[in-house]
Design a protein around this ligand. Structure first.
Ligand SMILES: *Cc1c(COP(=O)(O)O)cnc(C)c1O
Length: 397
C-alpha cells in the first residue's frame, strides 16, 4: 500500500465516526466489473457495493442520462410533478405488476413507508392504535428506528430501545412459529423473499404461499422486502415473481438506481386504495428528477439489454463453478441462494479469506461470520466467473 493510501485511511479513521470496520483500501474508479484503488491496483468486483451496481461501474448510457438530467433539472419538490418520476413510476409498475409507487432515498426509508402504510390500512379498517407486525428472526431491514424494530437481530436493536412497539418475531420458514405470533391485532407480516444479511436464505415456495393464504384469510398485509434480492438478482425482476404469490406491499432500493441513492415502496390492490393519503407521508428528496432519471434509465437498460435473461443464463455457471470449489473442501457446509445471490457457508469465520481475496484482487464480502456472499454485477460473464474462482481458490488455500 502506498504512503498516500495509508495516510488517507488514517485520516478517515480520525475524522469519520467509526461505525464500520472497513477493509484497508480506497477505491478510485471503476469500469464494468473491475475496480481500481488509488494506487492503480485492479480488483474484480463480486460484491457490487452490496448488490447496488447491477449494471457494473461506469455504464455509459446511465452516466450520460445522469449528466443530461443534471444540466436540465435536479430538484423541484414533491409539491410539483416531474417527468422522470412519472416515467420511472410507469416502468416500475410495469415490471412489478404493483399499482402505486412511493419513491424514497434509501432502503430503510422504503421499509418505514411500508410499515406506515400497513398500520394506516389497519387503522382505517378498525380505528385501533395497537396493531402488531410480525417480522422474521435473522432478518435485516435497515438502521432507522422503524426498520431496526423489525430487524431480527437483537444485538442491532437492543442499545437503541425502545424502538417502535408491537413487533413480534417468527422463525423464517416456519408457519407454526408465524401462527404462534399471530393475534387479532396483526396488521402485517414482513419478510425478505431471500434473506440477505442473515446469510442468503431463500424462502421456500410453501412458506410464501402459506403466508399469502394466511394474510388473505385474516386481511393482513404481506410485505416483501426486495431491497437486496430484487432488481433481477435472482433471475426474476423481483424474487417473489418466481413463487406465484404477490405481496400487498413491496420494497426495493439498492440496484434500483445502480449507484444513485434511491428506494421505493410499491403497493397493490387494497393496500394501494386504502392506506396513505395526502398529508400521511412525505420526503423532500425522494422521487426528485435527478434520481428518477436514474431509475428510468436503469429500467430501460434492463429491458433493452435483457438483463434478466442474462442472469438466467450465467447464474447456473456461477453455481456450478462454486460447487466445484465446495466439493474439494471439508470446511464448506453449504452453497445456497438463487441466481446471482449465493452464499457459501463454512464451519469457521471467513474474515481471513476475505482479506486474502482482497490482497489477491477480488472484492468479496460475508453475510454473517461464516458465510461468503456472492453478489456480482449482473453483467458478469463466464470469463469473470472463471477469474473469480481462480482467485478464490488461491485465497482459500
Ligand atoms: C440493505 C437493505 C436494507 C436497507 O437499505 P438501506 O438503503 O441501507 O437503508 C433493507 N432491507 C434489505 C433486505 C437490505 O438488504
Amino acid at each position: 500500500m502506498s504512503k498516500r493510501m495509508q495516510e488517507e485511511i488514517e485520516a478517515a479513521e480520525r475524522d469519520l465516526l467509526h461505525t464500520y470496520n472497513r477493509f484497508p483500501v480506497i477505491f478510485d474508479r471503476g469500469e464494468g466489473t473491475d475496480l481500481y484503488d488509488i494506487d492503480g491496483k485492479q480488483y474484480l468486483d463480486f460484491f457490487s457495493g452490496i448488490g447496488v451496481f447491477a449494471l457494473g461501474q461506469g455504464n455509459k448510457e446511465l452516466n450520460e442520462a445522469m449528466k443530461g438530467q443534471i444540466d436540465k433539472l435536479m430538484h423541484t419538490s414533491n409539491y410539483f410533478y416531474n417527468e422522470p418520476a412519472i416515467r420511472a413510476a410507469r416502468r416500475l409498475k410495469e415490471v412489478s405488476g404493483m399499482d402505486r409507487v412511493f419513491f424514497t432515498n434509501s432502503g430503510a426509508e422504503a421499509i418505514e413507508g411500508a410499515l406506515k402504510a400497513a398500520r394506516k390500512y389497519a387503522f382505517l379498517r378498525d380505528s385501533h392504535t395497537d396493531h402488531e407486525i410480525i417480522a422474521m428472526e435473522n432478518s435485516f431491514h435497515g438502521r432507522t428506528m422503524g426498520a431496526l424494530a423489525v430487524t431480527g437481530k437483537k444485538a442491532y436493536r437492543e442499545p437503541f430501545e425502545p424502538l417502535i412497539g408491537n413487533i413480534r418475531f417468527a422463525a423464517y420458514g416456519d408457519m407454526e412459529s408465524v401462527r404462534g405470533q399471530l393475534s387479532d391485532r396483526t396488521c402485517a407480516i414482513l419478510l425478505e423473499t431471500v434473506q440477505g444479511e442473515g446469510g442468503i436464505h431463500p424462502a421456500s415456495e410453501a412458506f410464501l404461499k402459506e403466508l399469502r393464504a394466511l394474510c388473505d384469510e385474516r386481511d393482513i398485509l404481506l410485505i416483501l422486502d426486495e431491497i437486496q434480492c430484487g432488481m433481477g438478482r435472482t433471475g426474476d425482476m423481483f424474487a417473489w415473481q418466481a413463487y406465484g404469490v404477490k405481496p400487498d406491499i413491496m420494497t426495493t432500493a439498492k440496484a434500483l438506481g445502480c449507484g444513485v441513492p434511491v428506494g421505493a415502496f410499491l403497493l397493490s390492490g387494497k393496500a394501494a386504495e386504502h392506506s396513505l393519503v395526502a398529508g400521511d407521508h412525505g420526503t423532500t428528496y425522494g422521487g426528485n428528477p435527478f434520481v428518477c432519471a436514474a431509475i428510468d434509465k436503469v429500467l430501460e437498460i434492463y429491458e433493452k439489454d435483457d438483463i434478466i435473461g442474462h442472469v438466467r443464463e450465467v447464474a447456473p455457471y456461477l453455481k456450478e463453478r462454486l460447487e466445484q470449489v465446495a466439493a474439494g473442501r471439508s470446511d464448506v457446509l453449504e452453497l445456497r441462494g438463487k441466481g446471482l445471490m449465493l452464499g457459501m457457508e463454512f464451519d469457521h469465520p471467513v474474515g481471513e479469506i476475505l482479506n486474502r481475496c482482497l490482497e489477491n484482487g477480488l472484492v468479496l464480502i460475508n453475510a454473517g461470520a461464516n458465510i461468503l456472499r456472492f453478489l456480482p454485477p449482473l453483467i458478469i460473464g463466464r470469463k469473470e466467473i472463471d477469474e473469480m474462482v481462480e482467485i478464490l481458490a488461491r485465497s482459500l488455500d
